[in-house]
Design a protein around this ligand. Structure first.
Ligand SMILES: [Zn+2]
Length: 116
């Protein structure tokens, strides 16, 4: 089965999944979880797509703590990723014709003003 994520994001996901084995999880409610590893603890909210490590919010991609929480609820983790990391979004971005502008020196200077 082909995955929905781009190859680079898929590799990042696999590395994060490896870390999940060392964590314990306790549900607080249906969407909120307390995740622990050794002496550290994080709180994941799947509905808000947040984690107290802040990686989930910053990257718009589940941190390893969120992966553990998603697995606990049988949530497809790709639904927690922004569409920008998905293969179809990348394909759609290049599905429209791209007009080449050539060398900047060959263009009229006034048309380049927005570059600088
Ligand atoms: Zn986290």
């Amino acid at each position: 089965m082909r995955h929905q994520l781009t190859n680079v994001v898929h590799l990042v996901m696999l590395k994060r999944v490896e870390k999940c084995g060392y964590m314990t999880i306790n549900p607080v409610d249906w969407n909120i979880f307390s995740v622990k590893r050794s002496r550290k603890q994080w709180t994941v909210d799947l509905a808000r797509k947040t984690c107290t490590c802040n990686k989930f919010q910053m990257e718009h991609f589940p941190c390893s703590h969120a992966f553990v929480a998603a697995r606990e609820r049988n949530v497809d983790f790709t639904s927690l990723c922004t569409d920008y990391y998905k293969r179809q979004t990348l394909i759609d971005a290049y599905s429209v014709p791209i007009m080449l502008v050539g060398y900047p020196s060959s263009c009229h200077p006034t048309s380049l003003s927005w570059w600088f």
